[in-house]
Design a protein around this ligand. Structure first.
Ligand code: ADP
Length: 656
């Protein structure tokens, strides 16, 4: 080698030495640094000037100095050490992981004179390894099942979470087809999932059901993602399954409680709106049977009839009535006693094993042919006043069906039912009383009519036969009072007929103008001091009961006089509008307050302020309304208090 060649080679080596990315430095046998390239400066922070001739131990942490001595022993013996991973220290004192390759430097005689070192930071490599280890630990310790599978569906990895969730060990699962976990009816799901994966699509939070080794069905949420190799090709799928069985159960139980709330609301609403006892009992029985999941439910309601005899009224749900018809009603036996005495709820998982069961003759248990009862629940129904009015009973052929929650639900419904039953009982009592009142009115008016008719006959003879004088005027007065009494009794008589549906109407077509003329004549004779203004317009043909319509008009005119004693004028207007005939009677009395207007057509209603001043039973307008209604017409009042009242009724016009 020429000198020139030698120097050229040296400069090539020098430029490699300076341009290389790895830190390269050398030291002699005194451990003094002799060479130091820019990459070494970069890695350790010492400049060339600073480090040359300094000890190499500057770069070695205290606890690694022995290691260096061991290395030097190998170097002295001419051995090279490759890719040795250790720790070195920078100028700032920061310890960094490095991979070092150390080689001996020899002189021309082959003697070792020092060592050269090529060092590379492995911080990033270490971080990657650490990250992988951490990920592996996460996968291993996750509660979620994390499973890898090939595109053919063969399981390739299986974490502890999967083992815990599905019951198969890693050895059992790896190599098996994923269908191991899929219920047969859901096998097609796998084709869809794999289809997505092949297309590079992720399947996110797919809720489905999978099967454990023990055959238990689990609700799971699945996320499946494609696994790619370095070339970006899809080589399999990773699947994360989360057990959502508990969540599903919670959702179901919330939905169930919502449903119960709704049922409870609707029963309480419907039973409180209903006054018919049989309806209430049936609704309560149906709803509670549904809520408890019983095979059948029954409500036995203890009643006392008018003769003081106690009897059972009952409703059944879930079983035909015939199933109970042949058995005696529940009696005061050991099983039933707590219910009918109102003592307590009885809830038993298996009544056939209960000590209270089967103690009483003649059945000693369930009568033959009775519906099978194993689970048993009975809740007394007690009113606010503490009266036990009956009990709700539920049965199921399996044991352990009725739980505390069912008991609570029935107790709630039972207390609502008690209120509703009480209301209905009051209502029935009122109804009974009202019927009695109707019966009394019918009887009394009938009984009064006979003596009245004969009294009126005798008085008329007397009035005609006695000479003028005091006796005659008494007879006349008595006849007037008798006419009033007759009117009252007639009203009562009509009322009882209306109530019995026996008020007969005889319809015939006639001209109302004729009737109005007759009424006007009579009114003028009987009320000489009143001015009755009559106006009629148009065709007034109607089909109706002339006598009853006369009764309506006489009543309205009578009221116009009775309730406006100081007025001297009454108007009557009859007009034809479209298909209707309308007749109004208008007075100049005190009128009627709006709050009274809506009541005056009810029976026995009289306005308080007028009650003392005028006689009457509060029946005239009620009867009038009934008559007009049955003619297919309407009757109403318009009044501004202080400015009189106008009563109007309409009738369909008669057209032939
Ligand atoms: P009665 O006249 O026997 O009380 P009605 O049924 O005919 O019964 O009338 C009911 C009530 O309506 C009366 O008590 C009275 O208070 C009120 N009323 C009826 N007509 C009039 C009227 N023209 N003006 C004021 N109040 C009236």
């Amino acid at each position: 080698m020429t000198r020139l060649q030698h120097s050229q080679e040296l400069s090539t080596l020098q430029s490699i030495f300076e341009g290389i990315d790895d830190a390269i430095f050398c030291h002699d046998l005194d451990m003094r640094i002799t060479h130091w390239n820019p990459a070494a400066e970069q890695l350790f922070g010492y400049s060339h000037e600073e480090i040359i001739d300094e000890s190499v131990y500057l770069l070695i942490p205290q606890d690694r100095q022995q290691e260096k001595m061991d290395i030097m022993r190998d170097i002295m013996e001419g051995r090279r050490i490759g890719h040795f991973k250790t720790i070195r220290r920078t100028r700032e004192g920061v310890e960094i992981p490095v991979s070092i390759t150390i080689s001996p430097i020899r002189d021309q005689e082959g003697q070792v004179t020092g060592s050269s070192q090529i060092a590379r930071s492995i911080i990033e490599e270490n971080a990657a390894e650490e990250k992988q280890a951490r990920l592996a630990a996460i996968v291993a310790s996750s509660d979620d099942a994390i499973v890898g599978k090939s595109l053919q569906g063969i399981i390739t990895s299986w974490n502890i979470g999967a083992e815990k969730m599905f019951g198969y060990t890693e050895q059992e699962a790896i190599g098996q087809h994923i269908s191991l976990l899929i219920p047969p009816e859901r096998l097609n799901e796998e084709d869809i999932i794999i289809g997505n994966i092949r297309a590079g699509k992720k399947v996110d939070h797919f809720q489905t059901i999978r099967r454990t080794k023990g055959g238990q069905q689990l609700h799971i949420s699945l996320t499946v993602s494609p696994i790619l190799n370095k070339a970006g090709e899809i080589i399999g799928a990773s699947k994360i399954a989360r057990n959502i069985t508990a969540q599903k159960e919670a959702e179901r139980s919330v939905a169930k409680s919502m449903e119960r709330m709704e049922i409870l609301n609707s029963i309480s609403k419907s039973i409180n709106e209903d006054l018919d006892l049989q309806h209430i009992l049936q609704r309560v029985t149906d709803a509670t049977t549904r809520l408890t999941g019983a095979d059948f439910g029954a409500f036995f309601y203890n009643r006392v009839d008018q003769g003081g005899e106690s009897y059972w009224l009952y409703t059944i749900s879930g079983a035909p009535r015939a199933a109970f018809e042949n058995f005696p009603m529940p009696r005061n036996t050991a099983v039933f006693h707590p219910t009918f005495s109102g003592e307590d709820v009885v809830r038993v998982d298996d009544i056939t094993k209960d000590p209270r069961y089967g103690k009483n003759s003649p059945y000693f248990g369930m009568p033959k042919g009775h519906l099978p009862v194993v689970s048993y629940l009975a809740v007394p129904v007690i009113t606010h006043s503490g009266v036990v009015i009956g009990g709700l009973f539920f049965g199921h052929k399996q044991a352990g069906i009725f739980k505390e929650e069912h008991e609570d639900l029935v107790v709630t419904v039972a207390s609502q039912a008690a209120v509703a039953i009480d209301n209905s009982r009051l209502f029935e009592e009122v109804k009974d009383l009202s019927n009695k009142k109707d019966e009394f009115i019918a009887l009394a008016s009938h009984e009064l009519k006979t003596p009245l008719t004969s009294m009126s006959g005798f008085l008329q003879i007397l009035e005609r036969t006695v000479p003028d004088g005091i006796a005659k005027s008494f007879a006349e007065k008595a006849l007037k009072q008798l006419a009033k009494l007759n009117e009252l009794v007639n009203d009562l008589f009509d009322i009882s007929k209306i109530q019995a549906g026996k008020l007969q109407l005889n319809f015939e077509p006639f001209d109302l103008s004729d009737l109005l003329d007759e009424i006007t004549d009579t009114f003028e004779q009987t009320h000489p001091h009143y001015n009755l203004k009559m106006a009629a317009d148009g065709e007034l043909l109607v089909s109706g009961d002339k006598m009853r319509l006369e009764q309506v008009l006489t009543n309205l005119l009578g009221n116009a006089v009775k309730y406006a004693p100081d007025a001297r004028e009454v108007s009557m207007i009859a007009i034809r509008t479209g298909n209707e005939v309308r007749i109004s009677v208008k007075d100049q009395g005190p009128g009627i307050l709006p709050e009274n207007q809506q009541h005056i057509f009810s029976q026995f209603y009289r306005v308080k302020e007028q009650e003392r001043k005028t006689s009457g039973l509060g029946l005239g307008l009620y009867i009038s309304k009934d008559i007009i209604d049955r003619h297919g017409g309407r009757i109403w009042v318009e009044s501004t208090p202080g400015h009189g009242a106008t009563f109007t009724f309409s009738l369909p016009a008669f057209t032939n």
